[in-house]
Design a protein around this ligand. Sequence first.
Ligand code: PEP
Length: 252
Amino acid sequence: MRKQVIAGNWKMNGTIASGSILIEAFTSFLGDKDLDCEIVVCPPFTALERAVSLTKNTQVSVGAQNMDYHDAGAFTGEVSPLMLMEIGVSYVIIGHSERREYYGETDAMVNEKIKSAFFHSLQPIVCVGESLEQREANETISFIHGQLKRALQDIPADQVEKLIIAYEPIWAIGTGKTATADQAEEVCKSIREYIAELYTPNVADLVRIQYGGSVKANNAREILSEPNIDGALVGGASLIVDEFNEIIMAAQ
Ligand code: PEP
């Protein structure tokens, strides 16, 4: 049985002070509730260390929104997996569509980052997803399979089975337009089938596939009840305490 993962991507929002208030609100709401899902918050780099200390001994883990794949070196402005490990970060989002669109992140870089994350025992959350034009041209499935094939190049089955893949249609991110539960399930199911083809049905059965794109308290339950959707990557709503708490409760 796959455990659902609810992850909040704060993007470039919040300060250490405001982020601390948010985390304290989440963790006090969750308290010692018997939760049947993983919960991850992904603040900006500057707030990560504080987030790790505030979530110690809670049910919340901390993820970064990006990382470089090198351990160290002349890569001005980048943050390495070793630096994330040093402060106790345990997850990392890789290949978010905003990274791909604004910072030229390619599938080849995503591939290197996944390898590096596993090497350093960070849990990667790997984003894939189509544009509106691709959906309208009926290219969604073939495009996403291509992204996956390149991202997973030379990654062994015993790592792939631990992956979290986030299916995030670009047209649904931050737009208020959510994929219907049927649309999201169709793509997540096809991702699982493709992993079975690239690896084995057993690997496909273990890999967790999130949906992301305008997930809110009022649509989370329906999306999370789909058989091939194992959680949500949540942007805007993860900055609103009641919304994120309700999404977590929808995963129970
Ligand atoms: C995201 O940033 O990954 C995301 C899904 O954003 P939103 O929930 O705001 O659409």
